[in-house]
Design a protein. Structure first.
Ligand SMILES: Cc1ncc(COP(=O)(O)O)c(C=O)c1O
Length: 346
């Protein structure tokens, strides 16, 4: 006897990376930013007026929308605020997919997408990337109502050129959601596409580039018709007053943001080189993590690192079993990881 819908009863829920209580663990497993958020964010949090909490927040987050619109060269009406980028993914699957309206995406990618399809009870069409993680041509031919391309992709850290995404948007009859949770660390992004395509939605997150994973704030950028449709189905006050105020302060501090990103990119290059010297195959990363391919199954390595107090991410799937996904940490954390790997005899 179950009270749940059949698909929910059978569902294996999304498995988030571990969040250990032990502060001594070196956490390189969930792509958090190793540096603190902007001092302007801390200032906003210290000075929250209780009056702001007594009242409901702005339902559409208009002050944040105006600030973000200015940065991206779009209108505030092109932006929807969400409770993390994950909420935007969930809203889109709810809005566009159904039993006869598929969700399509290239694989391997963010492992939340198939879970959202199962919750919505819609078909999930998975098109494998090739070895170089080029955009699969077949993705344009799935007839899906919603196609998601994670760019830069997780967990591969690879990047598809924006002109290829433009061609895909042009060919698709349905909506193309470009998950740019990691775009802050890449050389290019797809925001310009929303001017030419009324079927493109861009996802942005403050969890990675802005060091605010704990705040739970993200946003979508799209043609205003798509934004208005998504607004119809969101919770009335999906982004809370504290998150809206802190997120606005974060995106407005451009100097702090770009310094933070540059520090991570520099460390990313050093980490990549050091892992390659130890014998890992590491493709160029366009994100704040690297994918390190070992010469055989990497599960033992993952477990040994965990026992040594260093958490990285491992998936036991055919395409990923020989790989570790390692978040770029501080110089000290990255050095500790390399030292530990050397201690294992590499
Ligand atoms: C590819 C990708 N998209 C979206 C998200 C969601 O980010 P958040 O909900 O923290 O904004 C994540 C988080 O790890 C991610 O890896």
């Amino acid at each position: 006897m179950t009270y749940f819908r059949d698909n929910i009863e059978k569902l294996d829920g999304y498995v988030p990376g571990e969040q250990p209580a032990d502060a001594d663990v070196i956490k390189l497993n969930t792509n958090e930013n190793p540096y603190p958020p902007s001092p302007r964010v801390i200032d906003v949090l210290r000075n929250i007026n209780p009056e702001k909490l007594r009242k409901y927040p702005q339902p559409f987050g208009d002050e944040f929308r105006t600030a973000a619109a200015k940065i991206h060269g779009v209108s505030p009406e092109n932006i929807i605020c969400t409770n993390g980028g994950d909420e935007l993914l969930s809203l889109c699957v709810r809005a566009f997919c159904a039993a006869d309206r598929a969700l399509a995406y290239p694989v391997p990618t963010y492992s939340l997408y198939p879970v959202l399809a199962k919750i919505e009870n819609c078909p999930a069409v998975e098109i494998p990337f090739d070895e170089q993680f080029n955009l699969p041509a077949k993705l344009a031919k799935t007839h899906a109502a919603l196609t998601i391309v994670c760019n830069p992709n997780a967990p591969s850290a690879t990047f598809v050129p924006i002109n290829e995404l433009a061609s895909l948007a042009d060919e698709l009859n349905g909506v193309l959601l470009i998950d740019e949770a990691y775009a802050d660390f890449a050389e290019d992004n797809a925001i310009r596409l929303i001017k030419d395509f009324d079927n493109v939605i861009i996802l942005r997150s403050l969890s990675k580039g802005y060091s605010l994973a704990g705040l739970r704030f993200g946003y979508g950028i799209a043609d205003r018709n798509l934004i208005n449709g998504l607004i119809k189905i969101k919770d009335s006050y999906n982004a809370d007053a504290i998150a809206l105020a802190a997120a606005k302060a974060a995106v407005e501090d451009r100097r702090y943001f770009s310094d933070n990103i540059e520090k991570i990119k520099a460390e990313r290059n050093r980490l990549t080189e050091n892992l390659r010297k130890l014998g890992f195959k590491v493709a160029r990363s366009h994100t704040n993590f690297v994918q390190a391919q070992w010469r055989s199954d990497a599960q033992e390595l993952y477990e040994k690192l965990k026992s040594a107090g260093i958490l990285v991410r491992y998936w036991k799937s055919p395409q990923l079993a020989d790989k570790l996904r390692i978040t770029v940490g501080t110089a000290r954390q990255n050095d500790r990881l390399i030292e530990q790997l050397k201690n294992f005899g590499f």
